[in-house]
Design a protein around this ligand. Structure first.
Ligand SMILES: *[C@@H]1O[C@H](CO)[C@@H](O)[C@H](O)[C@H]1NC(C)=O
Ligand SMILES: *[C@@H]1O[C@H](CO)[C@@H](O)[C@H](O)[C@H]1NC(C)=O
Ligand SMILES: *[C@@H]1O[C@H](CO)[C@@H](O)[C@H](O)[C@H]1NC(C)=O
Ligand SMILES: *[C@@H]1O[C@H](CO)[C@@H](O)[C@H](O)[C@H]1NC(C)=O
Ligand SMILES: *[C@@H]1O[C@H](CO)[C@@H](O)[C@H](O)[C@H]1NC(C)=O
Ligand SMILES: *[C@@H]1O[C@H](CO)[C@@H](O)[C@H](O)[C@H]1NC(C)=O
Ligand SMILES: *[C@@H]1O[C@H](CO)[C@@H](O)[C@H](O)[C@H]1NC(C)=O
Ligand SMILES: *[C@@H]1O[C@H](CO)[C@@H](O)[C@H](O)[C@H]1NC(C)=O
Ligand SMILES: *[C@@H]1O[C@H](CO)[C@@H](O)[C@H](O)[C@H]1NC(C)=O
Ligand SMILES: *[C@@H]1O[C@H](CO)[C@@H](O)[C@H](O)[C@H]1NC(C)=O
Ligand SMILES: *[C@@H]1O[C@H](CO)[C@@H](O)[C@H](O)[C@H]1NC(C)=O
Ligand SMILES: *[C@@H]1O[C@H](CO)[C@@H](O)[C@H](O)[C@H]1NC(C)=O
Length: 484
């Protein structure tokens, strides 16, 4: 057995120096702007007509961290959410630790990754973004505490809003932002601008501009990574519970998935508490359980099935691990295949691939004859993929003293020319009104590997959104955001 397997349980332990166990809201409301979110708002996404789906027109997936099914099930908040939706009692992460799970749900594979290190998946690996864009289904991810849209750095430390006397805190990490790890997304400014922060979320909800496919990554305290189920329950009460009542977030065609990337106990099956909520859940199914064997690949297959998309020719087309949500399969008449026994999804570090330096292979060609849950073909970018590369004798790059090319930071920057050239860039760029007072609130300067010129000074206080003259959106800062 490989050393990664033996070491694996260590990765599940909380590695941070988190000093407070109590939740405090980062903003006055889920759709209020706040300097606590680090990145400033950047205008709302352009409105585009919604493409109808068979069971829902919008899916919002919310990713929490490292919690055993039983721990979440003991929380009254999770019980309350389950009572309003469908509790999936056999939904599983696909491996450990975090990063490979995020990548799997977006790209149909976890590329052999068995750790949380820096990876950049080559541009010939396609993702759900390719499938959605081919059908004009809009998308975005909102990453809480991310400093700049499309930010690809490994981690970012910003003002500790839970404890003003503590040093800057690591709230944002690349490993929970799968979109930026795929070069096929991050290298294209049009796409990178859809990797947005929570102030952008507030602006987009208020402008009724949330896209059809939405991925939410809360920061490292609010997603339970550095905290626990009590803390994440308080965040859900603050953030999700009111949003469920907001028609600009939850329409009668919206499906909301609340899930966890992985469980915390590596020695048991990787089942994570997952609830389907929102106006698209048939009312007769509210408060019911569904025991179908699902994994994060089911998110991909369900989205493909809903909008009749193409597929990635990877594990998204493996019927054993990619059952379509049952309530949806009933609507689309899709036949799920029940596995004779549920595969174990807790295996860690033992798979070859571009993300495993000791059992390395390049990205292999997708299976272009695979059948997905939508009727579309397998998507690939013919100009960058070698479809004949279907197998490879793996290499131990460590033994060869060679650098794994898939761990090199591509250092993408989105220069003004590239951004100006983008076709779906955000509109209504907000106007920042400099603060008139700072009223003695706690303040701190965001720090990290970004240069000071792209950071903002922050202090406590509220920010209100207003529509300025000429229809442009103005952000009126009351002692909050000052551009350096
Ligand atoms: C930032 O978070 C702290 C802690 O909850 C809060 O006191 C402060 O008001 C927040 N700032 C804003 C702008 O909401
Ligand atoms: C997507 O939108 C573009 C631009 O409006 C249009 O030309 C194209 O036909 C649309 N594609 C599909 C599959 O609807
Ligand atoms: C906002 O978008 C512009 C390009 O339009 C980009 O230069 C800037 O970094 C973005 N700001 C944030 C906070 O993401
Ligand atoms: C706040 O941070 C300071 C400095 O790190 C620490 O001494 C203090 O215990 C923290 N307060 C709480 C409530 O955790
Ligand atoms: C769903 O929402 C739309 C738009 O608000 C409304 O016209 C329609 O009647 C609603 N349908 C149901 C079943 O509530
Ligand atoms: C996975 O879980 C099963 C069932 O609890 C257990 O027998 C097995 O040892 C676990 N595998 C690993 C690698 O921890
Ligand atoms: C499908 O998934 C199962 C469980 O992980 C695995 O054993 C099998 O090899 C996969 N099939 C393919 C074709 O990848
Ligand atoms: C789906 O249809 C099957 C067969 O008709 C039925 O047994 C099952 O309860 C349905 N499930 C849902 C979630 O509606
Ligand atoms: C994908 O791209 C990487 C990096 O250029 C290359 O090593 C690999 O062979 C490519 N794989 C395929 C299937 O084209
Ligand atoms: C790869 O090589 C390193 C260094 O020689 C060695 O420690 C490790 O066990 C090897 N891994 C595999 C999977 O063979
Ligand atoms: C990205 O920047 C780092 C640090 O300067 C450097 O080591 C690395 O080689 C750069 N990557 C590329 C692809 O240029
Ligand atoms: C502008 O867009 C075109 C078409 O998408 C592209 O070919 C070109 O490289 C882009 N220019 C820049 C500076 O990004």
């Amino acid at each position: 057995m490989l050393s990664q397997v033996l070491l694996a349980p260590l990765f599940a332990k909380r590695a941070s120096a988190f000093t407070s166990d109590s939740f405090a809201p980062p903003a006055e409301c889920p759709t209020c702007l706040s300097a606590n979110y680090t990145g400033m708002p950047n205008g709302s996404l352009p409105l585009s007509p919604w493409v109808s789906g068979a069971a829902y027109d919008q899916i919002i997936t919310i990713w929490l961290e490292n919690t055993d099914f039983a721990a979440a099930a003991a929380s009254s908040t999770f019980q309350k959410l389950a009572a309003e939706g469908i509790l999936l009692t056999n939904y599983n992460g696909v491996t450990h630790p975090s990063e490979p799970n995020y990548l799997a749900a977006v790209g149909g594979d976890f590329w052999g990754i068995g750790d949380d290190e820096f990876y950049a998946i080559p541009s010939n690996a396609s993702t759900v973004v390719d499938l959605l864009e081919a059908k004009n289904v809009s998308w975005a991810t909102y990453q809480e505490s991310m400093p700049t849209d499309g930010d690809g750095e490994f981690a970012y430390y910003s003002h500790n809003y839970l404890n003003a006397s503590a040093p800057d805190y690591r709230y944002y990490v690349r490993k929970h932002n799968p979109f930026v790890i795929y070069n096929s997304i991050a290298s294209i400014p049009d796409r990178a601008l859809r990797i947005r922060n929570f102030n952008d979320f507030a602006v987009d909800v208020n402008a009724s501009a949330l896209p059809q496919y939405v991925w939410i990554t809360p920061n490292l305290v609010n997603d339970a990574h550095d905290t626990d189920v009590t803390f994440v329950s308080a965040w859900l009460e603050y953030w999700l519970v009111p949003l469920l009542q907001n028609p600009k977030f939850n329409t009668n065609k919206t499906l909301i998935q609340v899930t966890f990337d992985e469980n915390e106990s590596y020695t048991i099956q990787n089942t994570v508490y997952t609830v389907l909520l929102g106006g698209a859940v048939p009312s007769n199914l509210k408060g019911t359980n569904d025991s179908t064997f699902y994994t994060h690949y089911s998110l991909l297959s369900s989205v493909q099935n809903n909008w009749d998309l193409g597929n990635l020719g990877r594990q998204d087309t493996n019927a054993t691990v990619a059952a379509v949500f049952d309530f949806q399969a009933n609507i689309t008449k899709y036949q799920n295949t029940k596995p004779s026994s549920d595969p174990m999804m807790n295996l860690t570090g033992i798979f070859p691939g571009p993300g495993n330096t000791e059992i390395w292979t390049p990205v292999l060609a997708p299976n272009t004859s695979a059948k997905g849950a939508g009727s579309g073909k397998t998507y690939y970018n013919a100009s960058v993929i070698d479809l004949t590369l279907t197998s490879y004798t793996h290499l131990n790059l460590t033994a060869m003293n060679a650098v794994n090319p898939d761990t090199i930071n591509p250092n993408y920057t989105y220069n003004e020319a590239a951004i100006a050239n983008a076709t779906n860039k955000p509109t209504s760029v907000p106007v920042y009104i400099a603060p008139s007072t700072t009223s003695g609130s706690p303040s701190g300067t965001a720090s990290g590997s970004k240069s000071a010129s792209s950071a903002a000074t922050t202090s406590g206080g509220a920010v209100k959104l207003a529509t300025g003259a000429g229809g442009s959106l103005a952000v009126i800062a009351a002692g909050i955001i000052a551009l350096l």
